[in-house]
Write a protein that binds this ligand. Structure first.
Ligand code: NAD
Length: 246
């Protein structure tokens, strides 16, 4: 099989790093885009299949440049994983204009810009997109107005793009994790004044399965959706939450 090429955003930590490692282990070549230079370079140093791309993403020009760098570096693109995201804990009245705009920019606009930039290559190679949404894109959550708006939007953007491009052989899917043990989980605990151990214990207790999801468990579903085994799965938004949405 020809080598397949992936682009993963937010690869310097948490779920993105696990996805990068899993795709590399499955034989993909990939560009790992991360904001943190040291961590992104360390990730790439661990696997020959991973090349680092360091930079923050905020505009459509950034998205165009990242996709162009990937295509130039590897000669193509078969899979875009829109993973980079932020969660700023706040209800409606405490959500500032800046927080609202920041959240929309990275959680919703950036997946749109990157997908739009990637479509010509994905069309040429019959590739796919996997968006990292959230269970909070399928149901509401407390103190997460901007985050829920973005993740819900991302789920419907996934479905709309899947419809538009199905006849071109492009698949667009989303995963919707519940709590995952990553720095994001710990940061949201810190805003409630709880340490990492307590944040994890509380999240484990709130999960129907008795524990939160690991980044590797999310990466496994992403790898499946990107594989030929998932060739009939398009426009799906798959919960990975230990049964929470059941
Ligand atoms: N941890 C959870 O409980 C959970 C649950 C559901 C969905 N998610 C989603 O999973 C994705 C990954 O989050 P995570 O849990 O690994 O957290 P994380 O904070 O470890 O990772 C988020 C990544 O996004 C990157 N990022 C944020 N803003 C960026 C910007 N402007 N430009 C470039 N990169 C930027 C960060 O540098 C980081 O690498 C996010 O989209 C998040 O919403 C997380």
């Amino acid at each position: 099989m020809a080598t397949r090429i992936a682009l993963v955003t937010g690869a310097s930590s948490g779920i993105g790093a696990a996805i990068a490692r899993r795709l590399a282990a499955d034989g993909w070549q990939l560009l790992a885009a991360g904001r943190d230079a040291a961590r992104t370079q360390a990730l790439a140093a661990d696997a020959a299949a991973i090349r680092p791309w360091v930079g923050a993403l905020s505009t459509s020009a950034d998205a165009d440049r990242l996709v162009a760098d990937c295509v130039r570096s590897f000669g193509g693109l078969d899979l875009l994983v829109n993973n980079a995201g932020i969660y700023e804990v706040a209800d409606t009245e405490r959500t500032t204009d800046e927080s609202w705009q920041r959240t929309i920019a990275i959680n919703l606009s950036m997946p749109f810009y990157l997908s739009r930039a990637a479509l010509p290559e994905l069309r040429r190679r019959k590739g796919s997109i996997v968006n990292i949404a959230s269970d909070w894109g399928l149901k509401g959550g407390a103190n997460a107005v901007a985050y829920c708006a973005c993740k819900g939007g991302l789920v419907l953007m996934t479905r709309a793009m899947a419809i538009d491009h199905a006849d071109e052989g492009i698949r667009v899917n989303a995963v919707c994790p519940g709590d995952v043990e990553t720095p994001m989980l710990y940061r949201s605990g810190a805003t409630r004044g709880v340490d990492e151990k307590t944040a994890l214990r509380q999240a484990n207790a709130e999960s129907r399965s008795g524990r939160v999801t690991t980044p590797e468990e999310v990466a496994a579903v992403v790898a499946f959706l990107a594989s030929d085994d998932a060739r009939q799965i398009n426009g799906a938004a798959i919960p990975i939450d230990g049964g929470g949405l059941a």
